[in-house]
Design a protein around this ligand. Structure first.
Ligand code: MG
Length: 249
């Protein structure tokens, strides 16, 4: 069941998501070769708590850290670690969730560490742009898969692939609500978009094949062919004035 939110609930979700956006901005100043992913996790945890929110990934289904940090061929759900250091040329995806006054915020972005290859740089650009293409379709009267289709079309036109096994989701009092939002599929299908829907749209894009697998830590998802992967996510609200990106600073 898709839960529609009131104006007032969306106002609170905007606050939860602004904390996510501010955390991303803060971390981006600290992303450089030599920092460990555990240090990044610690910075995020302190920042979020100082804002009066809780990092919602911590303990979620047993996840052991406050944010997910996934490097290079890691797609999502990477676990921060003390001796895992960022290196020049890496791409690092950081996914952040907050819980604030009863509601969730959720957004992800992939950063370049130092100077990265042209192809890696294209991957980041195309992934972020595909997210924006999807978001543009999140208007009243469209159907859910119009979002999915727009993402897939843009990614594939640029020679990359979208991950099938992980999808975006509705968001609100629960981090994961209905509907699931694939990043692929036929336009014109799925539920009609209505005022008050709040959605986390999150393309995961690979340079090689879309196939993924999970490492032995039972969390870290990697590309099967070990090609680079990127992840951008925003939480948005469908309103009668158009789409609002709640997690944009
Ligand atoms: Mg999400």
């Amino acid at each position: 069941m898709i839960i529609l939110k009131s104006r007032r609930e969306i106002d609170i979700m905007r606050e939860a998501n602004q904390i996510v956006a501010e955390t991303h901005a803060y971390l981006s100043e600290n992303i450089k070769p030599g920092i460990s992913t555990a240090e990044i996790d610690q910075l995020a945890d302190e920042f979020i708590r100082n804002k009066g929110a809780v990092p919602s990934f911590k303990g979620y289904q047993g996840f052991p850290a406050s944010v997910c940090i996934s490097i290079n061929e890691e797609v999502v759900h990477g676990i921060p670690a003390e001796h895992r250091y960022l290196e020049d040329g890496d791409v690092v995806s950081i996914d952040i969730g907050t819980f604030y006054e009863g509601f969730n915020g959720d957004a992800a972005r992939t950063h370049a560490v130092g100077s990265i290859s042209d192809n890696a740089s294209k991957l980041l650009k195309v992934t972020e742009e595909s997210l924006l293409k999807g978001i543009e379709k999140a208007v009243i009267g469209n159907r859910l898969f119009d979002i999915s289709h727009a993402v897939q079309e843009y990614v594939e036109k640029n020679g990359f692939s979208v991950v099938r096994d992980y999808v975006g989701h509705g968001i609100g009092r629960d981090m994961h609500e209905d509907p699931q939002i694939p990043n692929f599929g036929p336009a014109g299908k799925g539920p009609k978009l209505k005022e008050g829907m709040t959605l986390a749209i999150e393309p995961m894009v690979n340079i090689g094949s879309y196939e993924v697998e999970t490492l032995e830590d039972e969390w870290t998802v990697v590309t099967k062919d070990r090609s680079l992967s990127a992840h951008f996510e925003h939480t948005i609200a469908v309103t009668k004035d158009g789409v609002e990106i709640l997690s944009k600073l």
